[in-house]
Write a new protein. Structure first.
Length: 258
């Protein structure tokens, strides 16, 4: 067989194989019970999916769908899920407008947390060791976003890319390496923060979450349930929900930082 003919026939075989593989793929559509709008945001290696959905009265909830198609719903909206089934996301708002992130473990216990002294804390990713990364905003006027890492024990380390005007971590792997975006005074760039010994190219500050007084114990719940009164507000993927409105009637976790 001539070389040119062999090359053409090989190309045809590869093309047909690719088309067959494309036709063999399977796509499954799903919605949690009672959903009128569903958004999935993360999937782990066990095939568990998390995300958020809106019900018929315009209240947004979180969900986990296991590989068999069974749904577990919870509040607030889901964000990212690790291989242990732990979910992190954002946000709870308190009465003065501060917002906090949360971790929901595989057993359903929700822990809210915030970077001490921050106006807002927004987790973006959780690895298989339970380490969370994301961004936070301080109180100062004109303040911009900084990065943070919260270890499984609750200790928070903040960091910024040197020369940046804003830092937004987006993902963390199992070695603790973080990637995301930062802005300088001109444009945006990507970055990687090494998960080992802290890089001298990044600034760091270890922060410990404050201990709550015994008189104000933090609630732990398998999920937040609708109620007639709200601790504050929370932000879903669509809008900030204000206390007292029909879409904000939640019994939320007490604020972790005062």
């Amino acid at each position: 067989m001539r070389p040119a003919v062999r090359i053409v026939l090989t190309g045809i075989v590869v093309l047909l194989a690719a088309e067959a593989a494309a036709h063999a793929q399977s796509i499954t559509s799903f919605d949690p019970p009672g959903s009128v709008k569903t958004g999935a945001s993360s999937i782990n290696n066990a095939g568990e999916v998390t995300g958020s959905y809106t019900d018929g009265v315009n209240i947004v909830h979180g969900f986990i769908r296991d590989a068999g198609g069974t749904f577990t719903t919870f509040d607030p909206p889901g964000g990212r899920i690790n291989d242990a089934g732990a979910v992190t996301g954002c946000c709870f708002y308190d009465a003065v407008g501060r917002y906090y992130g949360f971790i929901r473990d595989a057993g359903g216990t929700i822990t809210s947390f915030g970077v001490p002294g921050a106006h807002g804390t927004a987790p973006a990713s959780i690895n298989n060791a339970g380490v969370v990364t994301g961004s936070y905003y301080p109180y100062e006027q004109g303040a911009t976003s900084h990065g943070f890492i919260r270890d499984a024990g609750g200790t928070i380390t903040s960091f910024d890319v040197p020369g940046s005007t804003a830092t937004w971590p987006d993902a963390i792997n199992d070695t603790g390496a973080v990637t995301g975006q930062y802005n300088d005074r001109v444009t945006g760039h990507g970055f990687i923060r090494d998960g080992g010994v802290p890089s001298p190219a990044l600034t760091h500050q270890a922060l410990s979450e404050p201990t709550e007084p015994a008189s104000t114990p933090r609630e732990r719940s398998p999920g937040l349930t609708p109620t007639a009164t709200a601790w504050g507000t929370f932000m879903d993927s669509f809008a900030m929900r204000g206390a007292g409105s029909p879409v904000s009637t939640y019994r939320a976790l007490p604020p972790p930082c005062q």
